[in-house]
Design a protein. Structure first.
Length: 446
């Protein structure tokens, strides 16, 4: 063991006294905090919100105090498409509360199935402990929103509006997770008694009935959205009325996308994930029997090329990032030069992208939408336009600017139409995926 001696501390203190501008830095940091004290205005000057390629979008949505970024990002890409097809106002939104209801409901059932599957393992087994740590949460992945839409369809926000708890989900999550853990106690006990599958299925049905009632009282009754009329005025003020729609018929007519065409592409440059291979994550999903989470890992230049190809074709891109490092949430600037923290304190905290993932320094925490890119004379990206889901206050009317260097280090996932994949990657994408551990960083929920 390496011990710190008192003599070493005296030596360290002498080194501190010789550190340039130590008193000035200490005063600035103690009054303003690390971020504000080290903010570098030059980053904003070098990241003007001008882009050579831009997709037409609209008013930025607001997920409020909930973790639905992945859901908002997906529905934003779809509403952009709907607005183009039908010339609908930029204020039009698809119901995030509707998909949130079904996601909570399905995630609870998915949890029950995982509890039963791991019931022969002790409580201190890592898989069981990981499962019980967070039975369900707000976050998700692209394939998980597809699973919900494929089963339940979509509705306009006017048909299934926000409730308080859909926009402020902490109390909902605390209560639901406590109930799910209580349910896990019962299910593990049944499994220990060697109860047959039919009896376990009946118990899960009973628990799901309780969840449906609870969620309906919190969000609203989804049966009210089973059949509905949709009326709107287009941008030319023409009136339209579509009668007796269902969530699935609404999706078919007004979104008109084959979700099977859209695939998850990741950039994870770690030794355990060779490029041009596919991966899934054990026990990760929401709809039992629904779409599997599946990623194709590609090199960084290919990762960016695919996103650029879809943007050039006039379609926005769902993408996932680590939204913590070097992000100025007020100005909406995502730039590696935002804060000169290491220079201020005389430390080196730099890690490669692979090291960040391997040593638990970074993972995907947030999903947004790429809506533009600025390309140089060689068609290489300089900066990216990002539609967030934090309302219109941050950034420029809710839109952020991401430097390409930041994109390289902290972006992990894009979703693109598979038609943009070169033939070799199309072949690679249909491979059976390697199953990763539940806690693998590529299983992180945005």
């Amino acid at each position: 063991m390496t011990e710190i001696s008192l003599e070493q501390i005296k030596e360290f203190d002498q080194g501190l006294k010789s550190f340039p501008a130590a008193d000035v830095i200490r005063r600035a940091v103690s009054s303003n905090g690390i971020d504000k004290a080290t903010l570098d205005a030059k980053a904003a000057i070098n990241s003007q919100p001008v882009f050579s390629v831009e997709v037409k979008t609209g008013k930025v949505a607001n997920q409020m105090a909930s973790g639905r970024c992945w859901m908002f990002a997906a529905l934003n890409t779809m509403r952009h498409h709907t607005a183009d097809l039908f010339n609908i106002s930029d204020k039009f939104e698809l119901s995030q509360s509707y998909t949130f209801f079904w996601d909570k409901f399905e995630k609870s059932n998915y949890f029950y199935n995982n509890v039963v599957k791991t019931a022969d393992l002790p409580l201190d087994d890592r898989k069981v402990a990981y499962l019980m740590q967070t039975p369900q949460q707000d976050g998700g992945q692209w394939d998980m929103i597809c699973a919900i839409i494929e089963k339940y369809g979509l509705v306009p926000q006017s048909v299934f509006p926000e409730s308080f708890d859909s926009s402020h989900s902490s109390a909902l999550n605390r209560l639901l997770n406590r109930k799910l853990r209580k349910d896990a106690v019962e299910l593990r006990a049944l499994a220990a008694q060697k109860t047959n599958q039919a009896e376990i299925d009946e118990k899960i049905k009973e628990l799901n009935a309780d969840n449906y009632r609870f969620l309906s009282l919190v969000f609203g009754d989804p049966a009210d959205a089973a059949h509905f009329d949709f009326e709107y005025r287009d941008e030319d003020k023409n009136y339209h009325l579509e009668k007796n729609l269902t969530p699935k018929s609404f999706f078919t007519k007004f979104v008109d996308q084959d979700l099977e065409d859209y695939v998850s592409i990741i950039n994870a440059p770690t030794a355990d994930k060779p490029y041009d291979k596919t991966y899934t994550i054990e026990n990760l999903g929401n709809v039992v029997g629904g779409r599997q989470v599946k990623h194709l890992n590609v090199k960084l230049d290919e990762f960016k090329k695919l996103a650029i190809a879809q943007l050039k074709d006039g379609q926005s891109v769902w993408f996932g990032v680590d939204m913590g490092p070097q992000v100025d949430r007020e100005t909406g600037l995502m730039d590696l030069d935002n804060y000169a923290q290491e220079a201020a304190f005389g430390i080196d905290a730099s890690l490669t992208k692979a090291e960040q993932l391997d040593y638990a320094d970074s993972l995907m925490t947030h999903a947004m939408v790429l809506t533009g890119v600025d390309l140089d004379e060689n068609d290489q990206p300089l900066r990216w336009k990002v539609e967030n889901s934090w309302g219109e206050k941050p950034g420029k009317d809710g839109y952020f600017v991401m430097s390409d260097a930041w994109m390289s280090l902290y972006s992990y996932q894009v979703v693109v139409n598979k038609k943009y994949l070169p033939e070799a990657l199309k072949t690679a994408q249909v491979q059976d995926p390697k199953i990763l551990d539940p806690w693998d960083p590529m299983g992180a929920l945005a």
